[in-house]
Ligand binder design. Structure first.
Ligand code: BES
Ligand code: MN
Ligand code: ZN
Length: 485
């Protein structure tokens, strides 16, 4: 089901067409009289007497051609509550054939001045589905006409929400693509096409990476017949040449584990092991589409972790871009190898205000936090607070986890400067973060978001149906809007 939203000034309502109206949280519909016929009003009033008024949303089939949906709104709803309401509304109308609704914006109540904007944002986000590989096409459309003279989102707000939706959907599309389609070559090609949105794209292929000395990243891709890449996406929206905000993403297009092979069950999930990079890409696209007044750079490492006669072996030692040597004790701890080079490169080349990396890095973070919170690891209290606060606003929640020099020690290697996994001491998500921190060389404020439990939803969430969530796009956009723009 796809959705189409249109706007008209007039509050046309007394026709035989489905209607959406808002009222206060006690379902007092006296204020709605002017939008209803006398018989509709008395019919609904009667039914309301026997209805469960604890619901937010009630559907009335007033005749065979017309349904009226009444949505009760508490006075002090947060933006995210309103988005959830929009998503819940989608659940009510997502059935049957084509349908058309008039949403009466004049009837909106409550304090939030951008109620309709948030409501439609939730509605749109929830409506996303990945149906590219279904040969039977779903051509059904829900048309929603926003009519009335009051409470319309400004065109600037409409543009912002649209940019966020497109960025989120782009990220979801990338995550949803299977490993045979979205391998590193194809991924790099798609990123190249983002030039059309005004991003400056730079693609470092294997040859260039070799020259730069990114052997940690290259080692992971050795077993693949596809190339390995580092791609940078620059958005220069500030008038001055101020230092950019930097976002780095893990883009392992498929993670078999390599010679430290994963068990068969759930290996197929590893097609979403590039979700960190997809969030970075989606964010950069959103920033460009809404012409954000900041400088930002997105950096993603694109590799495929496979087994073959030339794949990396457990015990291999590689020299990273930073100059530090790494003992690869486990080829399945590959994301940190990719990020190690991407992080040092980003810090050195861009001298950013901060670096935030996103990665589906450890299964251990799912043990700790499940699918409710992403793990946050950081060397900077201020940045951490900003990220957590932004997350609360858009309901992409973060829980701060510890870093400590004693965890760091667990990553010391007998044969090299650092090893990529600790077999004693536990704390798998923290030791992964400690590993990453060794590649932040100039004390740049840095935060690592382990999104292994958040990138993909088996059952669907408030603002997404089953599948890729696009976690991170709206979070980081909110962070930027609130603190850096
Ligand atoms: N991509 C995985 C982490 C992961 C697991 C993401 C489950 C999403 C769901 C990562 O590359 C990995 O394999 N991590 C290992 C690390 C271990 C070898 C230290 C893990 O978590 O088991
Ligand atoms: Mn792995
Ligand atoms: Zn992985």
């Amino acid at each position: 089901m796809s959705v189409k939203i249109t706007y008209s000034k007039q509050a046309i309502s007394k026709f035989s067409i489905n209607l959406v109206l808002f009222c206060n949280d006690k379902f007092n519909i006296s204020s709605l009289k002017k939008y209803l016929t006398i018989s509709e009003h008395s019919y609904i009033s009667d039914l309301l007497k026997s209805n469960d008024l604890k619901k937010n949303l009630l559907v009335f089939e007033v005749n065979s051609k017309k349904r009226i949906i009444i949505i009760s709104v508490k006075n002090d709803l947060k933006s995210s509550d309103i988005e959830n309401l929009g998503a819940e509304f989608y659940g009510k109308v997502n059935y049957g054939k084509n349908s058309e609704y008039i949403l009466n914006s004049d009837s909106v109540v409550g304090k939030n001045e951008n109620f309709i904007g948030h409501f439609l944002h939730g509605f749109k986000l929830k409506s996303y589905e990945f149906k590219k590989y279904k040969t039977k096409k779903d051509t059904r459309v829900i048309t929603l006409n926003i009519s009335g003279s009051k409470n319309k989102p400004s065109s600037q707000n409409q543009l912002k929400f649209k940019a966020l939706e497109e960025g989120t959907f782009y990220a979801r599309d990338l995550v949803s693509e299977p490993g045979n389609v979205l391998h590193p070559d194809e991924y790099a090609k798609r990123l190249n096409s983002l030039r059309k949105d005004g991003l400056k794209i730079n693609i470092y292929d294997q040859k260039k990476l070799k020259k730069l000395g990114m052997n940690a990243l290259l080692g992971v891709g050795m077993g693949s017949i596809r190339g390995s890449y580092l791609v940078t996406m620059e958005w220069n929206g500030a008038k001055n040449k101020s230092r950019p905000l930097a976002f780095v993403g893990k883009g392992v297009t498929f993670d078999t584990g390599g010679y430290s092979l994963k068990p068969a069950r759930f290996m197929e999930d590893m097609t979403y092991d590039m979700a960190g990079s997809a969030a970075v890409v989606g964010l950069m696209k959103s920033l460009a589409l809404r012409k954000a007044k900041i400088n930002a750079v997105g950096v993603v490492g694109l590799v495929e972790n496979m087994v073959s006669g030339v794949a990396q072996r457990p015990g291999d030692i590689v020299k990273s871009y930073s100059g530090k040597t790494i003992e690869v004790l486990n080829t399945d701890a590959e994301g940190r190898l990719v990020l190690a080079d991407a992080l040092s490169f980003t810090e050195k080349k861009y001298k950013p205000k901060f670096i935030i990396d996103l990665a589906t890095l450890t299964g251990a973070i799912i043990v700790s936090l499940g699918s409710e919170y992403a793990g946050l690891f950081s060397n900077d209290d201020k940045l951490s607070k900003q990220i957590i606060k932004a997350g609360e606003k858009v309901e992409e929640k973060l829980w701060r986890m510890p870093l400590h020099k004693n965890y760091d020690k667990l990553m010391n290697s007998k044969n090299a400067d650092v090893q990529n996994i600790n077999y004693v001491g536990g704390a798998g998500s923290t030791t992964a973060a400690q590993f990453l921190q060794r590649f932040i060389l100039n004390k740049t404020p840095w935060a690592h978001l382990d999104i292994a439990g958040m990138a993909f939803s088996k059952y669907g969430g408030a603002l997404n149906s089953r599948g890729a969530t696009g976690f991170g796009v709206r979070l980081l956009n909110q962070l930027i809007e609130e603190n850096y723009e």
